[in-house]
Design a protein around this ligand. Structure first.
Ligand code: DC
Length: 207
């Protein structure tokens, strides 16, 4: 089965998606890491444009994130890469390349928990369960700041800008699928969120 978990930055998607995958014995797909890899490689001196990078790069998503065999797990989390990722994610040619790679993985027939912005709407509209994970803007900034060791007020400004760009881009903006279940994590602890999604997944399988 495929469980799609979409939503804005800082809603807890990565933590939740990893934990749900673990609980379900499924494989976790971090689609955002792919946009980050394209951003990182296209920022390097002499690199071709992001679309060419997206087409020419073999991206490995496992314990480590790799780009043509190079370990970029840490490098793709740098703040300048984070900012650039949201810009390259607005390019239709980049999205087309990465969506194809993601579909290639998800269509192998195994069980997946795929996390991103457009998994339930574009990448895998056939997903048996679609979750749209949200949290208040303040809480999302607080979590992100805690994770990165930064000031919440600084994070909030950059986050608001990214949210705006992700939600208003012409091509494939961040929207909840019509059949997605909305889960607001502002006042929930991680185990409660995971239990809720695992419960929904079991029901979806039983249908
Ligand atoms: O989830 P993340 O912060 O690692 O995502 C990095 C960027 O990529 C973010 O700006 C949103 C974008 N993204 C996207 O547009 N579609 C996806 N499926 C995943 C991420």
């Amino acid at each position: 089965m495929i469980i799609a978990i979409d939503g804005p930055a800082g809603a807890g998607k990565s933590t939740v998606a990893r934990a749900v995958a673990e609980a379900m014995g499924a494989t976790y797909l971090d689609s955002g890491a792919m946009y980050r890899v394209v951003a990182l490689l296209s920022m390097r001196d002499g690199a071709p444009g992001p679309a060419a990078v997206a087409g020419a790069t073999t991206i490995g998503l496992g314990e480590a994130v790799t780009a043509n065999g190079e370990d970029v797990t840490t490098a793709i989390r740098a703040p300048e890469v984070t900012a650039r990722a949201s810009e390259v994610a607005a390019l239709p040619e980049v999205r087309a390349e990465l969506v194809e790679k993601q579909r290639g993985l998800l269509n192998d027939g195994g069980d997946w928990v795929a996390e991103g912005r457009d998994i339930g709407t574009v990448v895998a509209p056939q997903a048996e369960l679609k979750i749209f994970l949200t949290a208040s803007e303040e809480e999302r900034a607080r979590r992100r700041a805690h994770e990165l060791g930064l000031d919440a007020a600084d994070v909030r400004g950059a986050q608001a800008e990214r949210d705006r760009r992700d939600a208003t881009r012409d091509y494939s903006p961040l929207v909840a699928a019509a059949d997605a279940v909305r889960v607001d994590t502002t006042d929930l602890e991680l185990p409660e969120v995971v239990d809720r999604i695992v419960g929904l997944a079991r029901k979806a399988v039983a249908r």
